[in-house]
Design a protein around this ligand. Sequence first.
Ligand code: SAJ
Length: 419
Amino acid sequence: MEKIFVIGLGYIGLPTAAMFSKAGYEVIGYDANPEVGKKLEAGEDLVEAGVQDLVNRGLESGKLRIVSDYEKADVFIICVPTPINEDKTPNMAMVRAAAEAVAGVLERGNTVVLESTSPPGTCNKLIAPIIEEKTGFKAEEDYFLAHSPERVIPGNIVYELVHNERIVGGYGEKSAQKVKGLYQSFVQAEILTTDTTTAEAAKLMENTYRDVNIAFANEALRVAKDLGINVWEMIHLANRHPRVNILTPGPGVGGHCIAVDPWFIANLSPSAQMISMARRTNDTMPTYTGQAIEGILDKGKLAILGLAFKANTDDFRGSPILDLVAYLDQAGYDLALTDPYGEGKTLGGRDLLPLEEALEGADLLVLAVDHKAYKDLDFKALGDKMAQKKVFDTRNVLNREDLEALGFDYYLLGDGRHA
Ligand code: SAJ
């Protein structure tokens, strides 16, 4: 069985490595940050539960091992981050470094797969030339090269790795078929083959599609405000049409995918105006939400519940709630932050507090992320701790009647009155 070398042990690289080891391959994991390997060996959990179980099983069986330097293998899978720079251009430094390092150990007949979400042209115009310059090898002739974008949703990674359809874009047909065969070892859904650039663009368009649709929901929120009507009711009714499915408005769009990838397309095609407009609309939402809070309470202590970039994740990278916190900081509020996934963390310049402590003496509870843990809060007990019983629900997940029965003033983002 072939030996697979996975570069980048983040939220995609680790599960991918673990999946291949479960399928029987000998898998070697490498991360430029030596702490990752040390933490895994020390038994620390780095990824969501289902993934961590798979990783632990791989490590215990010896089929998965973590190394601190590049070594020879049959297949190299690049899963490094592709963030954006301040000016919204893609930062390809980590892909470039990985390609250079792979070129240092690559042998004729090996396979190179790029999983990282990347601007169209990355395989053909960045990776292939780096490898050719260093080794003289030509893609498709001397080694196989393909892009197979990850498509899994944080929170359900193991299931989606196996059950989502997968795209494999080959430098040529031989590369596409070779890499399709690899992923068939654990993917149970169809694997669709194409060329590298089409695969790169398709992945970006998937996330851009979602971003544009969320921006539409956030614009609906503003329309509802101008009309003085409740956006949630309006969307609920519109969505009863068989061909309408408006997404959910909220305090912002974050993470390292949806809020980033559309820029890769917008940069390439300045004529694609809707894409950058949608990005900007979504980026205004933390400020919009902060202004709504100012309309409810002009000063005092705010308890912010939820800091993660979305519900039920411990991922705080690029969270729009951190932008909201920065806005509220500037506006002079006293802030107490809490998140069930952030125990012991320092975010937004503050140590995260246990829930009850954050609520102590608060004038307004801001439900910022709809974590499952917040569905069954004991509002009676929490309200007793607060200085004023006021709650601002930015996700439309709390029950107005129940809260009002407990003596709370209930405010809702998108109710047409407050925001
Ligand atoms: N959000 C809204 N309203 C919505 C849906 C989401 O405000 O209706 C916000 C979330 O709160 C979050 C952000 O958008 O801040 C992004 O969350 P998400 O659940 O839409 O997406 P991600 O970033 O967790 O994962 C996406 C997925 N892409 C698509 O659904 C097209 C996933 O399949 C990709 O693999 C992932 O990006 C990636 O890695 O590219």
